[in-house]
Design a protein around this ligand. Structure first.
Ligand code: 13P
Length: 256
């Protein structure tokens, strides 16, 4: 399986800054066939960057989109509009769940809309700090995974990517809040067990599972060698060109 290195730029970079960053990244980056490099800029930058990107080297992802294709939905951008512009879309990120009140129901409609429009959903799941403290980690992972995939049948399950992002480990500057490799291994094992129960063993082994939460060049190697982890979803470190390219190089070495 390929290794996925996905940079989630969140609400950062103007369109001009995003274009300059992409230009430099394309120049610096070799074409690694076994490493799928993806960047997720703000919606406004997607169309211009889609004309600039070299799709042999990397792909574009949206950070969010609305599940209805057209209509009276002021302010929204649909997966239909993004079709042909992006290859991926991050769906159900914790910032969307907790800041924008997205439920599993909404997440499941977005996952279905992405697939309907030939865009690969990167379904994010993960527990908060208090859920973990109350011993609810397993239930949260199960609810978010089954809930997020509730509109996806056997035919489409091979078109999704799952990202485990424990909310407490996101944007952490404290080493005490970094996820430990064995904590990630437990969560990824659980994700594959749930997938196996619902969709069968073969699917459970073939769905890519990424990890996200304060990934940087000094921990990327350790996270990429966690059993069952097929890649990384990176926030802050993906905004720094040298760090992002270092992580790509680490992925290349680990994959070899
Ligand atoms: P950080 O890498 O900044 O912790 O962000 C992780 C994340 O939320 C990626 O989607």
């Amino acid at each position: 399986m390929r290794t996925y290195i996905v940079g989630n730029w969140k609400l950062n970079f103007t369109v001009g800054e995003a274009s300059i960053y992409l230009h430099k990244l394309l120049k610096k980056m070799p074409n690694y066939r076994d490493i799928e490099v993806v960047v997720a800029p703000s919606t406004i930058a997607l169309q211009p960057l889609s004309l600039q990107i070299d799709r042999h080297k990397m792909k574009l992802s949206a950070q969010n989109a609305f599940y209805r294709d057209y209509g009276a939905f002021t302010g929204e951008t649909s997966f239909t509009q993004l079709r042909g512009i992006v290859d991926y879309c991050i769906i159900g990120h914790s910032e969307r769940r907790y800041i924008f009140s997205e439920s599993d129901k909404v997440v499941s409609k977005k996952v279905a809309a992405a697939i309907r429009n030939k865009i690969t959903p990167i379904l994010c799941i993960g527990e908060t700090e208090s859920e973990r403290a109350f011993g609810e980690t397993k239930d949260v992972i199960k609810d978010q995974l089954i809930g997020g995939l509730s509109e996806i049948g056997d035919d489409d399950i091979d078109k999704i990517i799952v990202a485990y992002e424990p909310v407490w480990a996101i944007s952490s500057t404290k080493s005490s809040k970094l996820a430990a490799p064995d904590e990630i291994a437990d969560a990824v094992k659980l994700i594959r067990e749930i997938l196996s129960e619902v969709y069968g063993k073969k699917v459970a082994e073939s769905v890519p599972v990424l990890f996200g939460g304060s990934v940087n060049p000094s921990n990327a190697g350790a996270y990429l060698t966690v059993p069952g982890v097929n890649g990384l979803l990176i926030g802050g470190s993906s905004l720094i060109l040298s760090e992002f390219t270092d992580i790509i190089e680490i992925a290349k070495r680990v994959h070899a």
